[in-house]
Design a protein around this ligand. Structure first.
Ligand code: NPW
Ligand code: ADP
Ligand code: K
Length: 512
């Protein structure tokens, strides 16, 4: 599923209408019909739709939705929040058609009287879609406020009115929908917070935009969902041996941080790596090994307090490895700086850096720029802030743009964590993972992700797909745990590891 900006959506519509010659009225008919069908299926008990329409094309969709739901047996009422003569093009055509069908319409700039709450009424927000700019003006401001006060379900068409499509700040007022029926493709704000909250349940309906229009659009942003994961997750062949499934080295932990390497190692092993060597300061080894039976170990020299000591001369087994991951729990000492530099300059395999492994990168930009082998960074917004000099708030407001600029600048793969983690490739292709749960907002979740990324990037089919699948499986494991009754209060990274086998089995089952 492609993810677009409002401009890209407009280009897509324009190409379909002007270059391919599909009539605007027809495209709008397809859009409104698809949305109406979805709303009808979503609320089998409903019998009445009260539709708030704007004067643009989003309002035009509202008229098609009204006519379609009426022919399916619902009562429909449209409140057009503009004078009728303000409409043009497809919206005017569909308003006239709606009227010609004898269906009820109130036009003008007033807001309707509050309705008495009644079962079976659905409110539909078809006021503004991708054409919004800036703060909501009247009468939309009051109408949005009014819709936010009703107890009946509110379904938004394409975008909740007031919510910007792109990476813009939320205005003071927007419709807080129970569900949004997105037409053809989601826009950026669908996956940005807090905007995403306003969408409610996200439902995406195809509206028949021809493939030719999509092919003509120069756009490299998509979701990564169950279908993508199922399509790309490689089959484990009968004759494979452990060496075929990747040999990984994980460098993490300290005497007082044995959890990070234990979680990352267990997650890595459950995500299918063939052989894992875990490298921790010597005094942490027995604590880690008692929780991770399947790894082999490469103990590290340590300081008196059990942190990694100077690693300048440590003979790391780079050569026997297909991939390396480092960072979690290492601490932010000079030894970590030395290690990070060595990792960037000496490893000739894909390298994953997380947590403390990211800390010294602003000082090692030359080494990053000169690196010839894949580099995968997995920062949360706070860590991304340190990498870019921006605040976490600024990062979250422009997650797509910030990730793309950084990944291109340093030719790295960037996994910007958080709800709807975004994976960006060095070429700027972007994938938004649709899996995940707020249960993951706990220490240890990121360590598990590092381990899963190490395992899955080595299994391919490409590094890009492997990283996307790692993020997807990580989020799905949490979702399944919650679905099966684990409270999001209690959920820990250990639960995540326990549910990873189910998540992978679920993805594999979709292949069949
Ligand atoms: N193209 C197609 O054929 C298809 C498009 N489709 C549908 O069209 C939608 C996009 O339609 P659109 O481009 O007409 O914009 P839309 O969201 O209706 O808003 C425009 C109106 O909003 C107004 N306005 C803006 N900001 C405002 C504010 N802050 N406060 C108040 N008013 C504000 C602005 O007024 P202005 O400020 O310009 O006077 C203008 O009147 C898209 O989301 C999808 O639903 C589908 O049918 C498929 C076919
Ligand atoms: N609210 C949330 N919804 C979905 N995923 C989340 C949420 N909060 C955190 N996560 C995920 O959990 C992981 C947390 O990673 P991180 O912040 O590095 O944790 P830690 O280093 O403490 O283990 C990331 O994969 C992130 O995407
Ligand atoms: K809308």
């Amino acid at each position: 599923m492609q993810v677009v900006t409002s401009k890209e959506m407009q280009q897509l519509d324009q190409y379909t209408i002007e270059t391919l010659g599909m009539k605007e009225e027809l495209l709008m008919e397809n859009a409104g019909r698809a949305a109406a069908g979805d709303i009808y299926d979503m609320y089998p008990e409903a019998h009445t739709a009260v539709i708030f329409a704007g004067k643009g094309n989003n309002g035009g969709d509202g008229f098609v939705i009204g006519r379609t739901l009426s022919s399916l047996g619902w009562n429909v009422y449209v409140y057009l929040l503009a004078e009728e003569d303000a409409l043009s093009g497809g919206a005017l055509y569909h308003k006239d058609l709606y009227r010609a069908c004898g269906l009820p319409l109130t036009a003008g700039t007033g807001v309707p009287e509050p309705e008495s709450p009644e079962e079976g009424i659905i409110y539909i927000d078809a006021m503004l879609g991708t054409g919004i700019h800036g703060e909501l003006k009247e009468p939309f401001y009051s109408a949005a406020k009014w819709l936010n006060s009703v107890t009946a379900p509110v379904v938004a068409v394409d975008i909740p009115t007031g919510v910007p499509a792109n990476e813009e700040e939320l205005p003071g007022m927007a419709v807080n929908a129970d569900a949004t029926v997105i037409l053809e493709a989601p826009t950026l704000s669908t996956y940005l917070y807090p905007a995403s909250h306003y969408y409610g349940e996200i439902r995406i309906v195809p509206i028949g935009v021809p493939r030719a229009s999509w092919n003509a659009l120069d756009q490299k942003r998509q979701t990564w969902d169950l279908t993508d994961a199922a399509k790309s997750l490689p089959e484990r062949t009968q004759e494979s041996h452990k060496g075929d499934n990747g040999k990984g080295l994980l460098i993490a932990g300290a005497y007082n941080m044995p959890g990070a390497p234990a979680i990352a190692s267990n997650a890595c092993l459950h995500a299918g790596i063939g052989l894992l060597t875990t490298s921790v300061p010597a005094s942490a080894l027995s604590a880690v090994a008692s929780h991770v039976l399947e790894a082999t170990y490469f103990p590290l020299p340590e300081t008196e307090d059990g942190q990694v000591a100077d690693l300048q001369e440590t003979p790391f087994p780079w050569d026997g490895m297909d991939g390396v991951a480092a960072g979690s729990g290492l601490g932010r000492t000079e030894s970590t700086r030395v290690l990070t530099k060595r990792l960037l300059t000496e490893t000739q395999t894909p390298l994953v850096l997380d947590a403390d492994g990211l800390y010294f990168l602003p000082e090692l930009e030359a080494e990053m720029a000169n690196r010839e082998h894949p580099l995968i960074l997995t920062p949360h917004p706070g860590e991304m802030g340190r990498l870019t000099g921006l605040s976490p708030k600024e990062i979250n407001a422009e997650r797509f743009t910030v990730s793309r600029e950084y990944a291109r600048k340093f030719s790295c793969y960037l996994v910007l964590k958080g709800p709807n983690t975004i994976i960006t490739t060095p070429e700027g292709r972007q994938y938004v993972s649709t899996s995940g749960s707020s249960a993951l907002a706990k220490g240890g979740s990121g360590d598990a992700l590092t381990g899963i990324v190490l395992a899955m990037m080595l299994q391919g089919p490409t590094l890009e797909e492997g990283v996307c699948n790692a993020v997807y499986a990580h989020g799905l494991a949490a979702e399944i745990a919650i679905r099966e009754g684990i409270s999001d209060y209690s959920f820990t990274a250990s639960n995540l590891i326990d549910y990873l086998p189910k998540a992978l089995a679920f993805i594999q089952a979709q292949k069949k």
